[in-house]
Design a protein around this ligand. Structure first.
Ligand code: ATP
Ligand code: MG
Length: 455
């Protein structure tokens, strides 16, 4: 949740008139509230998580307003399965927590209520108010966002503070209508992504919104409205101020949710990719063969396919692919400099990962598998007779082999090597011994032919 912390807990502090005044300065047509009654939209309670419904009903029965909001409403209107269900209410977090035994308050400064149902957590946020900006508060930078004193507010104010119009639709549990304060419903129907308020200012407030724009455009196949789109080309450097750990979370969502290829293309199109993976962007640009880009494209297309088929997709593999260009380039450079062959790859991996982690951090638990996939490329290339069988049982063998296949497809490595491994994997024990024998014999002959004759 992006909500930033309030300095004061005063509820309700803002009047609707204030929001209307604020909104007029943003965009007058945003003022009009539209209500889509139950029979004018397709959201059915059957598609809402029973736990979210439980929370909504209990909030309503306690006399508060309860709304489903954000991605849940958006995805249901698009007939997609929401990832999670967020709730907005005029009850304070403390009031929400009084209603549930399984509730925890989270957030040090801006409090949110989390209602736990086993693995499912329903997040309940109190409507958040608009900062009036009259006290000269220019805001502080927290987690790369401009954060000002936060206050609770009205639903209208809450609607204005959200990122995109399509994420600002409210499903009202009291009459099952959808309330729209920002023309989000029309945008959704038109397949249009529009940021709320002044685009550049909203991106400056929180540069992650640029990545969210790309994500929603890629995931929902939306076109980005002109004014929302234009600043994207120039503001990528703002991502440098976002903590690497927050960027990691966003990058995971961009590349592991079934639309990685489209997201990658859009990130590059808007000059955002180079601020997330600077070394990769350089290696793509400098690679005259084009293999680096082809490898990434193929890997991302495969990942999307796996996601569609419900197969697991590993972050270590994706990061391994995205960083392979710089790793292999540096590896070659170290070899040229005469560094020992047994050290170059691991030294290159070390340097690239440490450079990358300054931009988009890669948690430790992904370092090891990613490096193993890289290091195994060398061992796969060697086909050491006695070790080849043992290699098959390496926990990262499958991923490394998939990686090798991709490299062979793009011409980064000899196709014969990939074919050899495919045959070797598929063979039974006796055939494997024969394959290895052939390999050893072939190598002996090759070495004999190469040996200079003694005079
Ligand atoms: P999904 O969960 O499918 O990734 P989402 O839109 O639900 O998409 P969340 O991160 O779950 O994304 O956020 C829930 C809602 O909170 C959003 O729909 C949006 O209204 C609001 N929101 C999230 N991040 C921001 C942000 N950086 N700036 C403004 N509003 C935001
Ligand atoms: Mg969500």
């Amino acid at each position: 949740m992006w909500f930033d912390p309030p300095a004061t807990h005063s509820f309700p502090v803002k009047k609707i008139e204030f929001c209307i005044h604020k909104m007029e300065t943003i965009k007058p047509p945003l003022l009009k509230k539209r209500v889509y009654p139950r029979d004018e939209h397709i959201i059915s309670r059957d598609n809402i998580s029973p736990n979210a419904l439980k929370v909504l009903y209990r909030i309503k029965n306690a006399g508060f307003d309860g709304y489903l909001v954000g991605g849940g409403v958006r995805d249901l209107l698009l007939e997609k399965k929401p990832k999670d269900f967020d709730i907005a209410t005029n009850a304070t977090p403390e009031e929400v927590c009084h209603l549930f035994r399984n509730c925890r308050l989270i957030g040090r400064r801006f409090r949110l209520a989390h209602v736990h149902f086993g693995a499912e957590i329903i997040e309940v946020a109190t409507f958040r108010g608009q900062h009036d900006g009259n006290n000269g508060d220019a805001g502080q930078i927290v987690d790369g966002m401009i954060v000002r004193d936060n206050v609770y507010g009205s639903i209208e104010e809450d609607a204005c503070r959200r990122d995109f119009s399509i994420n600002s639709l409210y499903y009202n549990i009291s009459d099952f209508s959808v309330e729209d304060y920002v023309n989000g419903y029309e945008d959704l129907q038109a397949g249009r992504l529009r940021i709320l308020g002044d685009p550049e200012q909203r991106y400056r407030e929180d540069p992650v919104r640029m990545l969210r724009a790309v994500r929603f455009a890629a995931k929902l196949e939306l076109s980005i409205e002109k004014a929302t789109e234009s600043p994207l080309f120039a503001l990528g450097n703002l991502l440098e101020g976002v903590p690497p750990a927050r960027l990691f979370e966003e990058v995971l969502k961009l590349f592991l949710s079934g639309y990685a290829l489209r997201a990658f293309e859009l990130l590059r199109h808007y000059n955002l990719f180079k601020f997330l993976f600077p070394q990769s962007e350089i290696s793509i640009k400098e690679d005259v063969s084009g293999n680096v880009l082809v490898l990434i494209n193929k890997a991302l297309a495969n990942t999307d396919q796996r996601f569609l088929e419900g197969k697991p997709v590993a972050p270590a593999f994706i990061f391994g692919v995205l960083l392979w260009g710089p790793v292999s380039k540096l590896n070659a450079k170290y070899l040229e400099r005469g560094m020992s062959e047994s050290q170059t790859l691991s030294a290159a991996a070390e340097a690239v990962v440490s450079g990358q982690s300054r931009r988009v951090s890669i948690p430790r638990r992904f370092h090891t598998p990613m490096r193993e996939i890289w290091m195994l490329q060398e061992r796969l290339a060697k086909r050491a007779p006695r070790r080849s069988v043992r290699l098959l049982t390496h926990p990262r063998f499958r991923a490394a082999y998939d990686f090798l296949l991709l490299r062979a497809e793009t011409g980064d490595v000899d196709n014969e090597l990939a074919e050899w491994w495919t045959t070797f994997i598929d063979a039974d024990e006796t055939s494997r011994a024969e394959i290895l024998d052939n390999l050893t014999r072939g190598r002996r002959q090759f070495n004999r032919r190469r040996k200079p004759k003694a005079n």
